[in-house]
Each structure stands twice: as structure tokens, then as C-alpha cells.
Design a protein around this ligand. Sequence first.
Ligand SMILES: [Zn+2]
Ligand SMILES: [Zn+2]
Length: 109
Amino acid sequence: MFFFFVGGLEQQAKQVLKSGVGRCISCGSPADLVEYEKVLKAFFVPVWRWPGKEPLMHCKDCNLFFPQSIAPPPRLPEKESVEAALRCHFCSRQVDASFRFCPFCGSGL
Ligand SMILES: [Zn+2]
Ligand SMILES: [Zn+2]
């Protein structure tokens, strides 16, 4: 049987799950975690579509899909690291932030 096939398999972003969770491996712009579906097109008309198995990263700029595991993490805005635990000014040991006095040296926090 001769089967002349014009078309192809395309991946399309179906739904954005999380936006800006990674960076594009190609252009470095923010990439979204998306649910995608595969669309089989024949003569440029979608004839069949089925959902992708795993969410993928999708770059809107270069329309690239790639697995989340190889996506570099997004550049996080520099935040002052807020330490959960307080340190005593005198003995510099870690003290629970709810304590009013250092349990090690007794100085006020
Ligand atoms: Zn890109
Ligand atoms: Zn102390």
C-alpha cells in the first residue's frame, strides 16, 4: 500500500502549569512548565491529538520543548537570606527565634 503522508507530529503546549520555573536551554529566557499534547497533522489539519505523558518545559520565544530535568533553574531575585534560627550576639550559637534569652550564655536576644 502506498501511503503518501503530508504532515507531521507536533508538540503543542496545552496548559501552563507553572510559568517561569526554568530557563530555556537554548535562548535562556524564562520557560514555563506545561502540559503538552502531541498533535498529528495531515495536510496541515490536526487529525489526532493525545496528551503527553510528563509535563515539559516550554520556551515561548523559540517554541522549544525540553524535559524539566535538564532545565537550569531560573535566576532568582537576590534576597537577603533570612535565617530561620537566630544567633546569639555573644556566643554566636544558634538559638530558637522565639527565645528571649540565650539558653547557652543567658544574654538577652
Ligand atoms: Zn528559548
Ligand atoms: Zn549566647
